[in-house]
Design a protein around this ligand. Structure first.
Ligand code: NAD
Length: 517
């Protein structure tokens, strides 16, 4: 059994806790890592071992205010920083992330539970956004129309908007913070980040590296906490835009509260992602894709496939699906060959167990029961093996609710139209996929499905940063998504300038009382 050697970030200091010494996660305010004066703290727990890795404060209102005020002050000079200077910081930053990849991944696995390889994937998908931010010179460009009237030109400036805030979930503690602050800062804004209180250590190490890359004091600030801190970010007059990724319940609250306060808000939220399997699909590749996308990261991806819809003769593939799922290895993310690590917390494990029980009670067939797996050396971990239900129908809790664990619901449809109708009737619209060799079926699916991310023989179609992450219906609030072109609009204010210059020969042209130029 190997436990990861995880040294806390250098900004993390030790504090007495229950007679032991565990690292205390600091806040970042105006370029300084400072210890919170809060009386409310939470343990950060390795979900494979229950070891307490560190503790995180719930920042006081004064500390949250100080972070926002530091960002507000820093905006006055950062907004005027030349594009090249901003871009070069992110060029250095991407290299620092690469140089520290192994350490970052070990930290992420220790506090979040996913396998080391998947942790590197989490960091890499964020790194791609950092690379994109380094390209800001080509992205933050306005438009110009020459001679819109005699001697008149109109052009746009994409100017930074001010202090932006980000609130992030536990399941991608590297990628999702990196969706947010690099693009916001590259556009000339300053930022206050509120990472997940369940696994903030890798996020803090990434923040440290951002400062090392040259992000100036006050441009990036971090506060920790829960509802109270989030509400303060939604309410504070200096915050102009707020990005949220997390559950539907919290996302709706954040959207309503921050919008009522006049802020721009983008909320990426819960999901129930369906994969449609047509009988003409490549059988082996499809089954392997489904199993990887359903059970990888213990099903704790917002883009995990949680429902497989077997169409027509593909209904006969169920035994193969079960056989492949059964082969997956359940263990700590640090163990070689692990496919499924633990779920994040005891609370999450209770939720998954309750929903599995309800699935049985409500009449779904539990084909593969992953409850109480034997995991030698990690008896205290929050583990579930691959769990698979067939005979799932709308109305069952396992179908209606996001389980966020390694549980796959298998459903059936007579034909593609029926499968599309089922998906479009779900309240969620985050991701979906179709497996087929028919271009006509794929195109019909692409055209008729009401979901943000669509994969065609691609099970988890998270877009690269040349594009934006999107979402539909209950999975997203706000019109502009994270990263890509859309986030440049989100993080900038368009100013439209119409200009005319007179030379001496045009003096005394007279008064014009019409609206024409
Ligand atoms: P969560 O909603 O519990 O937490 C997200 C953030 O909100 C955290 O920073 C947390 O501290 C804060 N928060 C929690 N309770 C709050 C409250 N009452 N008031 C204000 N803030 C509060 O989500 P989670 O469990 O960390 O993450 C999992 C969820 O995130 C899943 O629903 C998943 O589908 C979703 N998710 C969506 C996407 C996407 O792009 N659509 C990506 C990743 C995760």
């Amino acid at each position: 059994m190997t436990h990861p050697a995880v040294s806390p970030a250098s900004s993390v200091s030790s504090a007495a806790h229950s007679g032991n010494t565990v690292p205390a996660i600091p806040l970042l305010i105006n370029g300084e890592f400072v210890q919170s004066r809060s009386t409310v703290w939470r343990d950060i727990i390795n979900p494979a071992t229950q070891e307490v890795l560190a503790r995180v404060p719930f920042a006081t209102p004064e500390e949250t205010d100080a972070a926002i005020n530091a960002a507000h002050k820093a905006f006055q000079h950062w907004r005027k920083t030349p594009i090249g200077a901003r871009a070069r910081i992110f060029l250095r930053y991407q290299q620092l992330i690469r140089d520290n990849m192994k350490q970052l991944a070990a930290m992420l696995t220790a506090e979040q539970g996913k396998t080391l390889a998947d942790a590197e994937g989490d960091i890499f998908r964020g790194l791609e956004v950092v690379e994109h931010a380094a390209n800001i010179g080509n992205l933050q460009m306005g438009e110009l129309a020459n001679n819109v009237a005699n001697g008149v030109d109109t052009y746009t400036l994409l100017q930074p908007i001010g202090v932006c805030a980000g609130i992030t979930p536990f399941n991608f503690p590297a990628m999702i913070p990196l969706w947010m602050f690099p693009m916001a800062i590259a556009c000339g804004n300053t930022f206050v980040l509120k990472p997940s209180e369940q696994d903030p250590m890798v996020t803090m190490r990434l923040v440290e590296l951002a400062l090392e890359a040259g992000v100036p004091a006050g441009v990036l600030n971090v506060v920790h906490g829960g509802e109270q801190v989030v509400n303060a970010l939604c309410d504070h007059a200096h915050i102009r835009a707020l990005s949220f990724v997390g559950s539907g319940r919290v996302g709706q609250h954040v959207y309503q509260r921050a919008s009522l306060n006049g802020k721009r808000v983008q909320c990426m939220m819960a999901a129930k992602n369906h994969a449609v399997v047509m009988p003409d699909a490549n059988r082996t590749q499809t089954i392997n894709s489904l199993v990887g996308a359903a059970f990888g990261a213990a099903g704790q991806r917002c883009m995990a496939v949680s429902v497989a819809v077997l169409v027509g003769a593909a209904r006969e593939w169920l035994p193969d699906l079960i056989d492949v799922a059964r082969t997956l290895k359940v263990s700590a993310g640090t163990e070689a060959g692990t496919d499924i690590g633990p779920v994040i917390s005891r609370t999450a494990a209770d939720r998954v167990a309750t929903l599995i029980e309800r699935g049985v009670q409500q009449g779904a067939r539990l084909e593969l029961d992953g409850r109480n797996p034997q995991v030698p050396g990690y008896e205290k971990g929050n583990f579930f093996g691959p769990t698979l239900f067939s005979g799932v129908r709308p109305g069952m809790d396992i179908y209606e609710q996001e389980i966020f664990g390694p549980v796959l619901c298998v459903m059936e449809a007579e034909n593609l139209a029926q499968a599309i109708a089922l998906i479009n009737a779900s309240p969620y619209g985050n991701g979906t996929a179709i497996f087929t060799q028919s271009g006509a079926a794929a195109r019909q699916f692409q055209e008729e499905i009401d979901v943000g991310q669509v994969g065609i023989n691609v099970p988890i179609p998270v877009p690269v940063p040349l594009f934006s992450f999107t979402g539909s219906r209950g999975s997203k609030l706000g019109d502009l998504g994270p990263y890509g072109k859309q986030v440049i609009s989100f993080y900038t204010q368009t100013k439209t300038v119409t200009q005319r210059w007179f030379d001496d020969s045009q003096a005394g042209a007279g008064v014009n009382t019409t609206i024409a130029l």
